[in-house]
Write a protein that binds this ligand. Structure first.
Ligand code: G6P
Length: 608
């Protein structure tokens, strides 16, 4: 959701900002803009559409200023057009603001500011901030921003510059991520380290309620009461290469292919073969504390929610702990019943999803112990939970989540081992699971070997209007995830269903035009799903099935099959989802869709 980059230093700022925005474009991409202080004036360029449109509008001789702000937008208030694009300025063009989040009392502030003579140009809530800061400015941008924020209700990640202070960059955060990146004679702000890692790896993550003031050689941080806050400088431990496409046509396919390595990283140093368990230092709980837990609630959004469903199945079946999954957006508002014996686990690739963060805060407030299963190191969720596990999948840039999903499932398996071995799981069962986990990366590689077959299939599926995905047991969430992948990047309407539930409704949709994708590995519910596939076949649907190597019954019913190697039931999703990721990818490419930046979506949703 919205990308912010700001710079103060000794180099021409505009190209640095544009490069940074390019790396943040995945966060939001309906419009973009740039503000540079040049010779005591603000030069503003804005454009609806992708960053390339803005780039084509910039003056060919470039802006020479060394203080600038840039933004890529994911619209909340007002249509994605040139005028509503950020940065926004005050009436006289002395203050420029970029903002991620929502100002909830914007209407009241707008009325007040209009009465005082401010001229509004856009429909955005952000423009209110520019006018408000300008109204409150006397001789310090820092003071004016802090005062303005005391009058604002809502959420923000904010960057502000002014012609009054041509070296100063002010940033503030409440609810939307923002970091400072510290260079040599130059400093940056950014919503994500990806924008700045090319220049420096030293970053300071802002926390809620903090305002940062940066000049080329210095920075300091205060809270809204002007008290200085001392923060630690963190070092980003990945480099530019990790976030580049490395010769692949899209980030999504690069990330699909990275899964064997990513899963290896999730497990690295955590498997204890002899004891048949997992070491998860980050959860920071003793055996006694873990045994006190009598219920687990998993909460998440989107693809992470699908991984959570698999976790629920694992925890109940193998660790014998009552577990349930809640959409974070529902959990936070429904007076949930949790207490100190409930473990509430938030799953999030970005670690910034507003609803998941709010759900975890709600759980904490109610006395529950919170854990995060997070990819993005240093993200807000990772910092706010009581403990957690990084999945170490590496930066995920494609909007459709792929490697984060399989790594989340693996992390949940590790947690199941840890909790299970304290309860119902025997050492033999634990060892079996550890062995199966160890084999996974190689097995994922084998499934990826079917990429070419799946690419051929995509020709047929590219013409479909609808698709139905069916699965049972551990593979019902995989059916949901397969349908989500297809609809979000190819815009084909797709539904995922528990295979047996199909006869209570969706079966009415089936005819020879309807592709049905059956996720049917040879697990405990295999025989059951065979019957469901027969029901589909009897209605003349076109069937694509994911089955275990050597399987015959479904293979004889299906039009096409792709095989996965044998593993234990709870790990089948890690293998069975891969053909569905590849199918969605190749279908979207065939249909000419923008795979990495599908319409209306954003990688990280920091508004509710
Ligand atoms: C957005 C993304 C999805 C993602 C979801 C949850 O909708 O487009 O790919 O699954 O947010 O994100 P999180 O970062 O919390 O896993």
């Amino acid at each position: 959701m919205c990308g912010i980059v700001g710079y103060t230093g000794h180099r021409a700022a505009a190209p640095l900002i544009m490069d940074g925005l390019k790396r943040l474009e995945y966060r939001g991409y309906d419009s973009a803009g740039l503000a540079v202080v040049v010779d005591g004036r603000l030069e503003i360029d804005k454009a609806a559409g992708k960053l390339a449109v803005l780039a084509s509008r910039l003056p060919t001789d470039g802006h020479t200023g060394t203080l600038a702000l840039g933004h890529t937008r994911w619209a909340t208030h007002g249509a994605p057009n040139d005028v509503n694009a950020h940065p926004h300025t005050d009436t006289d063009g002395t203050i420029a603001v970029v903002h991620n989040g929502i100002i909830e009392n914007a209407a009241a502030l707008r009325a007040w500011l209009s009465e005082r003579g401010c001229r509004f140009r856009s429909e955005t809530d952000t423009e209110v901030l520019a006018h408000l800061i300008s109204e409150l400015y006397t001789d310090s941008l820092e003071a004016a921003v802090a005062e303005a924020l005391r009058r604002v209700e809502g959420t923000y990640g904010l960057g502000v510059i002014s012609t009054h202070e041509p070296n100063t960059l002010v940033a503030a955060r409440l609810g939307s991520p923002l970091l400072l990146a510290l260079g040599d004679g130059e400093n940056f702000i950014a919503s994500d380290a990806a924008a700045v890692v090319e220049h420096t790896r030293s970053v300071v993550y802002l926390d809620d309620g903090e305002v940062a003031v940066l000049t080329p050689d210095n920075y300091h941080i205060v809270d809204l009461d002007k008290t200085r806050v001392e923060k630690t400088v963190s070092v980003v431990d990945w480099d530019l290469e990790t976030i580049e496409r490395g010769g692949h046509a899209h980030f999504m396919i690069k990330e699909i292919l990275e899964q064997p390595e990513a899963i290896t990283n999730t497990m690295r140093g955590r498997l204890l073969e002899e004891e048949g368990t997992a070491r998860l230092g980050g959860i920071d709980m003793t055996d006694e504390q873990l045994l006190e837990i009598d219920r687990v609630v998993l909460t998440a959004c989107g693809t992470s929610w699908h991984a959570a469903l698999i976790g629920e199945y694992m925890l109940e079946e193998l660790a014998r702990i009552p577990a349930e999954v809640e959409y974070a957006s529902e959990f936070r508002y429904r007076e949930p019943l949790v207490d100190s014996r409930t473990l509430v686990i938030g799953l999030s690739q970005s670690g910034e999803t507003a609803d998941t963060l709010a759900a975890l805060r709600e759980a904490k407030k109610r006395g529950a112990r919170t854990l995060g299963i997070v990819n993005s190191v240093g993200s807000t969720i990772a910092r706010e939970v009581d403990g957690g596990t990084y999945i170490h999948a590496g930066p995920e840039i494609g909007v459709a989540s792929t490697k984060a999903f399989t790594c989340q499932v693996v992390a949940l398996a590790l947690l199941t081992l840890r909790l299970g071995r304290l309860r119902a799981m025997s050492v033999l069962q634990g060892r079996k699971m550890v062995k199966a986990l160890r084999r996974l990366p190689q097995q994922v590689r084998q499934v990826l070997g079917h990429s070419k077959e799946i690419e051929k299939l995509a020709d047929t599926y590219a013409l479909a209007q609808n698709a139905l995905f069916l699965g049972r047991g551990y593979n019902f969430p995989v059916a949901l995830e397969g349908a989500l992948k297809l609809k979000e990047i190819s815009y084909i309407h797709a539904e995922g269903y528990p295979a047996a539930e199909m006869k209570h409704g969706p079966i009415a949709l089936i005819d020879e035009m309807m592709p049905v994708i059956c996720v049917a590995p040879s697990d405990a519910v295999y025989q059951k799903i065979v019957s469901n596939v027969q029901e589909v076949k009897a209605r003349h649907a076109r069937i694509f099935a994911v089955v275990t190597e050597g399987e015959e019954e479904i293979t004889s019913l299906a039009d096409q099959t792709v095989t996965i190697p044998k593993t234990i039931d709870c790990l089948t999703p890690v293998l069975s989802v891969i053909p569905l990721q590849l199918l969605a990818y190749h279908v979207a490419v065939r249909r000419g869709c923008d795979v990495d930046q599908p319409r209306n979506l954003a990688k990280s949703v920091t508004v509710e």
